[in-house]
Design a protein around this ligand. Structure first.
Ligand code: HEC
Ligand code: HEC
Ligand code: HEC
Ligand code: HEC
Ligand code: HEC
Ligand code: HEC
Length: 387
């Protein structure tokens, strides 16, 4: 729904009020009756197609116009694009598994969805009800967790990311969004599954399920944007004493290649996650288990997919160099100043030379000497100059 839910923040609003404005008491009840009857009928007729949608929520939510402006002036869209929903990772989840508090229709203002709720699906390896609790635990332990080691809330709570800070747009991204064609992973492989698994969408679902996890589902550029949402904000940097790591990263070859369409160079996650760990386990560079801890940097660069043939010296490469920060990076600061100066000097020297040359060509007989200008000097034979 992320695509559809533009602003999902505010909950305190009255039900149906946009409809109320136009309807009298009687016609309101008549409409409600018609709606309820059609909900009832439709829930029978469309049951086979809508297995995941037990209360037939889509009956109403399929209308593109289902939206309103809330009390705070925000546009709220309640339209569900069923087509997108059915392509996303949550297609087998009932609306009610996530929207727990919607019990009657018309419904009361909804609470925010809690991503760690258990749903009706069983996770096959442990045969337990599935939930995203394990991800939340990893996130809590990472540098992005809201609590410190002693369990005390960290300062500036609202700066710490929740699931939706990084996953909102779009919540229902199609699975199997292949970044280029990876060997062994293409839609052709699906044909092989279908040899044996012929009924329904089984082959398609599980093929997408597995193959989409074999590679990034977000482009590197998008990952940079996700992290930049907070780390690029000057006020945020000031609150947490951090540098503008996004700007410094964008100066490097890694980002420039990504900008021009490469998916082979490193984005934030590639460097800040220990190779093979969950993408949610970002740690501070001061933590000895971090991918960016001094002693671990070389290993991070030399993972199987990147600089696997490089020597230890690769760790001396610095990604986040702020060339304008004299205190932190004096050498880089003065080098930049020196080379900028050198370049300007060379450039301006030659521009002046070219300009003088141009003048001479435009005015071959020009001279500051008035005697020469009036032509008297021409009688004197010269061996040099030729003009
Ligand atoms: C009879 C039509 C109808 C059905 C069926 C229906 N809804 Fe709604 N729903 C609406 C309308 C209309 C709104 C917008 C209400 C408003 O503007 O205040 C809405 C709003 C919502 C909201 C946002 C509410 C808020 O306050 O943030 C959620 C979430 C929601 N519906 C979920 C569901 C779920 C889940 C189901 C199925 C269990 C469902 N709806 C079934 C008509 C319906
Ligand atoms: C995997 C969990 C999940 C499932 C399944 C799910 N939703 Fe949602 N839905 C969310 C989240 C998260 C939001 C964003 C708002 C929030 O944080 O509560 C949302 C927002 C909405 C909104 C807009 C509410 C607003 O505040 O603007 C509507 C309407 C809605 N969902 C209806 C549905 C319907 C209908 C279905 C079934 C087809 C469904 N949802 C299935 C998680 C889910
Ligand atoms: C700081 C940003 C951030 C936060 C916060 C975050 N995620 Fe993620 N998540 C990501 C990124 C980046 C990916 C990898 C996407 C890719 O590879 O295409 C990801 C991937 C995932 C995946 C796919 C499996 C995987 O590990 O690749 C799931 C499931 C997931 N996140 C759930 C959650 C849940 C639940 C929360 C909240 C408890 C959460 N995420 C919070 C950034 C975040
Ligand atoms: C040669 C026939 C054959 C092919 C090809 C095949 N499968 Fe299977 N698959 C089976 C059989 C038989 C089982 C049940 C075997 C078992 O439980 O040990 C199974 C089990 C599964 C299961 C576990 C189902 C469950 O609920 O336990 C999944 C998921 C699956 N296959 C997906 C795939 C995918 C995806 C492909 C294609 C990449 C594929 N299969 C290709 C025959 C095949
Ligand atoms: C919602 C805001 C938000 C988003 C999005 C976000 N971060 Fe952070 N990040 C923070 C906060 C808050 C801290 C803690 C700063 C502190 O220690 O005071 C932090 C700290 C960090 C640190 C540790 C800095 C240190 O202390 O050494 C790293 C590394 C980091 N983030 C990387 C990332 C990456 C990579 C992404 C994208 C996947 C990302 N962040 C997305 C808010 C965010
Ligand atoms: C090529 C690898 C690489 C990439 C890509 C990368 N980083 Fe870093 N990052 C590092 C290393 C190594 C350090 C620790 C040493 C240093 O600061 O040079 C670091 C340090 C940091 C710090 C802590 C700096 C401080 O002042 O405490 C933050 C925050 C951070 N990175 C965030 C990000 C974000 C956000 C992105 C993406 C926009 C990103 N990094 C991209 C390798 C990388």
């Amino acid at each position: 729904m992320g695509l559809l839910v533009v602003n999902t923040v505010h909950r305190d609003m009255t039900r149906w009020h946009s409809a109320n404005a136009f309807l009298g008491e009687k016609s309101k009840y008549a409409l409600l009756l018609v709606l309820l009857v059609s909900v009832f009928c439709a829930s029978f007729w469309s049951a086979p197609v809508q297995a995941e949608d037990e209360l037939n929520c889509v009956l109403c939510h399929k209308f593109r116009g289902l939206s309103r402006i809330d009390e705070e002036g925000n546009f709220r869209l309640f339209y569900i694009n069923e087509n997108l929903f059915m392509k996303g990772p949550h297609k087998r989840i009932n609306c009610m598994d996530c929207h727990r508090d919607i019990e009657k229709i018309p419904h009361d203002p909804a609470k925010k969805v809690n991503c760690t709720t258990e749903c009706h699906l069983l996770e096959p390896s442990g045969k337990k009800k599935f939930s995203h609790k394990p991800v939340a635990k990893i996130l809590e332990k990472s540098v992005h967790g809201r609590f410190d080691e002693d369990g005390k809330p960290k300062e500036y709570q609202e700066d710490y990311p929740t699931c939706k800070s990084c996953h909102e747009q779009p919540l229902y991204r199609p699975l199997s969004f292949f970044k280029g064609v990876s060997s062994g992973v293409s839609r052709r492989g699906l044909g092989r599954c279908k040899t044996c698994h012929q009924t329904g969408d089984f082959a398609e679902d599980f093929y997408n399920h597995v193959t989409s996890r074999l590679q990034k589902t977000r482009e590197s550029k998008e990952i940079v944007e996700i992290c930049a949402k907070c780390h690029e904000d000057p006020a945020f940097q000031k609150r947490h004493g951090l540098d503008n790591v996004v700007a410094s990263y964008k100066d490097t070859y890694h980002y420039k290649a990504i900008r021009f369409g490469s998916d082979r160079t490193a984005d934030c996650v590639d460097c800040h996650i220990v190779y093979g760990e969950s993408v949610h386990s970002v740690e501070s560079m001061d933590s000895p288990t971090s991918a960016t801890y001094k002693a671990n940097i070389a290993q991070t660069c030399r993972n199987a997919e990147c600089h696997h043939e490089a020597g230890e010296g690769i760790a001396s490469y610095r990604v986040h160099v702020d060339y304008n920060n004299k205190e932190k990076n004096p050498m880089e600061y003065y080098m930049l100043k020196f080379f900028s100066g050198l370049m300007a000097a060379v450039l301006y020297f030659f521009i002046v030379v070219i300009f003088l040359e141009l003048l001479r060509r435009l005015f071959p007989n020009f001279s500051f000497n008035s005697a020469e200008r009036s032509g008297h000097a021409v009688t004197k034979p010269t061996t040099e100059g030729g003009e």
